[in-house]
Ligand binder design. Structure first.
Ligand code: FMN
Length: 437
């Protein structure tokens, strides 16, 4: 049984406690303010005592691959070197920071964002195989746009090498570890998933791609800790016959731990980009925001299509149950099979949730570390309150999520919570080391 405030080792790096900020979009881009934006976004979290900060998905290529507006690219050594200011800031507060490396593949903006397609008419999507018929159908109906470039065997090796190169730049900039975006319909999930992967070369086994990335990271960044999400596509809709079961997810977790990954984050997701990763309420306030209507229309191609996406979002909010710690059972099963730390995230909101999943419930604790994502949009300094035994304000209303399709930053948009956060700040609730327990 572990306590939230106890240190933990990940791949030889000591993390001061078991609370982490899960990777979410910082919307910092690569412009002149990118480093300032990242420092403004992440330093307060480290300052509040969070032991491990995962910087959100950062793209390894110089073009394409962004799943959302204003993502940061890390293909350029000189840009990544400037992030030393961020890693120094986190270290000054005693925290650790890992960079998440990613590529969107078929989930890239060229697929779903009409305004982006107009601005980048030549852009294609990296694809593991010919896209599945379900996506081709959506393409024919004009709801998405597919122009896939199916990766050759040589391309896949080159891409793995690119992940390694970016990990090397990150190590040089002082990052304590690397996280791989291998869920949420990213390109790595597309390699792992039988829904997407119909290859007939050695990468027909998606774990081989993860092994190639692992080896490239070791070549370029030595023994830096390497963490990955591990998906089980248990929430795929019924018409998707070929998908990753929980047993497949367990097998992947076991194999990547054997390959040399230093920690795993098991998550139950879908084969599609849907609300399986951000379960909670339908964000009506965000969809109704009058200042965003024109932007939604330009993102999705027209007001009518934006309305269709809204209806889909409403249906999905009903489809996915929102229980705190929805990945706990999967994590516990993985933890019984691997001897590297297992990280749990998804719907945790209270200190009691954190304690419960770190404690032995029956025989095996669900996790070695516990993380939250959306709550940090509402309370960047949440660590201080959680470590003092209090609960997050976030109600998983998802009003923070939808506006991000237009390029809006990730922040809480629910007035009652914003007000309460202000009141708590005034009362000094975010001061660090208040009665840590
Ligand atoms: C706006 C947003 C962006 C996200 N971006 C990432 C990401 O970059 N990489 C990733 O692995 N997960 C990402 N996630 C998933 C979160 O890491 C987390 O698993 C999910 O939000 C559930 O945790 P929560 O209930 O505490 O928010 C994102 C989630 C949200 C809401």
């Amino acid at each position: 049984m572990s306590e939230l405030t106890e240190p933990v080792d990940i791949g030889g790096v000591s993390v001061p406690n078991r609370l982490y900020r899960a990777p979410v979009l910082e919307c910092a881009g690569n412009g002149p303010d990118a480093v300032d934006t990242l420092v403004d976004e992440l330093e307060p979290t480290a300052e509040s005592g969070v032991g491990l900060v995962f910087q959100g998905a950062s793209i390894v290529t110089d073009r394409g691959g962004c799943a959302a507006p204003n993502m940061t690219r890390v293909h350029d050594r000189s840009f990544v070197a400037r992030l030393e200011r961020l890693t120094d800031a986190v270290h000054d507060h005693g925290g650790r920071i890992f960079l998440q490396l990613a590529h969107g593949g078929l989930r890239s903006m060229a697929t779903w964002h009409a305004g982006y397609r107009t601005r980048h008419p030549d852009q294609r999507q990296l694809a593991v195989s010919r896209p599945p018929w379900q996506l081709r159908l959506l393409d024919r109906a004009g709801l998405i746009s597919l122009r896939p470039d199916v990766l050759t065997t040589e391309d896949v090796w080159g891409l793995a090498e690119q992940f390694g190169r970016c990990a090397g730049y990150a190590a040089d900039a002082g990052y304590d570890g690397i996280h791989l975006s291998a869920a949420n319909m990213s390109l790595i999930q597309q390699f792992l998933s039988p829904f997407y992967n119909r290859r007939d070369d050695e990468f027909a086994d998606g774990v081989r791609f993860m092994e190639a990335i692992h080896d490239a990271v070791r070549d370029h960044a030595g023994s830096i800790p390497l963490v990955t999400k591990v998906p089980a596509e248990t929430d795929a809709p019924k018409f998707v016959r070929r998908h990753l079961s929980r047993a497949d997810g367990l097998d992947i977790a076991e194999r990547v731990a054997e390959i040399g990954y230093d920690a795993v984050v098991p998550v139950e997701v879908s084969t599609f980009w849907d609300m399986s990763i951000v379960r909670g309420d339908f964000p009506d306030r965000a969809w109704d925001a009058s200042d965003l209507q024109a932007d939604y229309a330009s993102v999705f191609g027209s007001r009518l299509r934006a309305r269709a996406v809204e209806l889909l979002n409403r249906w999905q909010a009903r489809r996915f149950d929102h229980e705190p710690g929805w990945n706990a059972e999967f994590c516990r099963a993985v933890r019984e099979r691997v001897d590297v730390p297992v990280l749990l995230e998804g719907g945790l909101r209270t200190r009691a949730d954190c304690d419960r999943y770190l404690a032995a419930d029956g025989d095996t604790p669900a996790a070695d570390l516990v993380g939250m994502a959306r709550p940090f949009y509402a309370e960047p300094r949440l660590g201080a309150r959680l470590l003092a035994g209090e609960d997050a304000l976030c109600e998983s209303c998802n009003n923070c999520t939808i506006p991000q399709v237009t390029g809006e930053p990730g922040r809480c948009r629910t007035p009652s919570i914003v007000r309460e956060q202000g009141r708590l700040a005034e009362a000094g609730a975010y001061e660090r080391n208040r009665d840590e327990k």
